[in-house]
Write a protein that binds this ligand. Structure first.
Ligand SMILES: Nc1ncnc2c1ncn2[C@@H]1O[C@H](COP(=O)(O)OP(=O)(O)OP(=O)(O)O)[C@@H](O)[C@H]1O
Length: 229
């Protein structure tokens, strides 16, 4: 069976003056279901570009991105967007929650955008908030939640449509050490429970001993990383 996420010799360049800057240089990565791969590396090494390509938000110059068995290079833009909505969960660094909605409603919006009915959505939202330890905060708005709780809502929201691939960008950067460790533990647990192929981009090499794989980006190239914690 094909892994939910497969990158095969992906090269991505950006315009840079008269030339091109190579952000990803022949990057290959396979992420099996139920496993979490952490991608570490210095600023500018290509980590965010890797996530953007994996999410099909940017098309690579060369190479293949296979998502949930689909060769994304062969899809139309509309087909790619539909695949992204149904199969990919994205957790950005800043939660970007809507200020006027409760925690449960933030999640229900995702089901609505995916064309699902409201009845089951409420039950699923409450189930996911329970899974991230926020069962008693379902009716709170973002300003009534702590930074760590908002990041948990963000993670639960990304899981709302049962994605096979979960892409997470710097989830702990705005949190202190203890809360950062708790969010990482949560991501490892959810990855196992929900069977997602998870990629986590982080500067923070603490707490990585519990993830399945660590890869290191350097100048757009991917190598096997060291576990530091
Ligand atoms: N839209 C863009 N146009 C031109 N160059 C870009 C663009 N986005 C990123 N780059 C360049 O591509 C390289 C990789 O950037 P990327 O954001 O992927 O790195 P990163 O490892 O995520 O960095 P950080 O940890 O600081 O977020 C850098 O040299 C960056 O300046």
């Amino acid at each position: 069976m094909t892994a939910p996420l497969l990158l095969d010799r992906v090269t991505l360049t950006y315009p840079d003056g008269d030339g091109r800057l190579t952000a990803l240089d022949e990057v290959s990565l396979t992420v099996p279901p139920g496993t979490l791969t952490a991608c570490v590396g210095p600023s500018g090494s290509g980590k965010s570009s890797l996530l953007a390509v994996a999410a099909t938000l940017i098309a690579p110059d060369r190479g293949r991105v296979v998502l949930a068995g689909a060769e994304t290079g062969e899809l139309s833009a509309a087909e790619r967007a539909a695949l992204r909505r149904s199969r990919v969960g994205i957790v950005f660094q800043q939660p970007n929650l809507l200020p006027s909605l409760t925690a449960a409603e933030q999640l229900q919006v995702m089901a609505h955008l995916a064309g699902r009915g409201p009845g089951a959505a409420r039950a699923r939202a409450l189930d996911l908030l329970d899974a991230v330890g926020l069962a008693d905060r379902a009716d709170r708005r973002p300003h009534q939640l702590s930074g760590g709780q908002r990041q948990r809502v963000n993670i639960a929201r990304a899981l709302m449509n049962s994605p096979s691939v979960l892409l997470v960008d710097e989830p702990t950067s705005a949190l202190d050490h203890g809360r950062g460790a708790a969010v990482l533990d949560l991501l490892v647990r959810l990855t196992r429970e929900r069977g997602t192929a998870t990629v986590l981009v982080t500067h923070d090499v603490a707490h990585l001993s519990r993830v399945d794989h660590v890869v290191e980006m350097a100048d757009g190239r991917l190598g096997v990383g060291r576990v530091v914690s």
